[in-house]
Design a protein around this ligand. Structure first.
Ligand SMILES: [Zn+2]
Length: 108
């Protein structure tokens, strides 16, 4: 059974630990990799580091999810011009991404 982490210490150490443990990328690097990752442009090593961070970091999972949804909506808008894109969805997603970006910037 696992003891629950003390929230304060966990938060302070998180960026540091992720970086230290097996060359884990930081949330900031994760953000920079997202575009390449979704385009399939990362090397095997980069991708495995990216995915390892993804498994350990809930914030980045949410960030990636919002990012992917935004891209899919964008693609849908281009590939099927007959289908109307709901006006409210992209805005809320962009808002989510901006909030996540802002909270990520304080780390590291
Ligand atoms: Zn992260």
């Amino acid at each position: 059974m696992k003891k629950r982490e003390k929230a304060g210490i966990g938060r302070r150490l998180k960026g540091f630990m992720l970086k230290r443990v097996h060359g884990m990328i930081t949330c900031r690097e994760f953000e920079e990799f997202i575009g390449s990752y979704l385009d399939g442009e990362l090397s095997d090593r980069e991708r495995s580091r990216f995915e390892r961070h993804l498994r350990m970091c809930r914030e980045c999972r949410q960030y990636l999810q919002a990012y992917q949804q935004t891209i899919e909506i964008g693609r849908a808008a281009f590939s099927s011009p007959d289908e109307p894109v709901p006006d409210d969805v992209p805005e809320s997603l962009i808002d989510t991404i901006l909030k996540l970006r802002a909270s990520n910037k304080t780390g590291g």
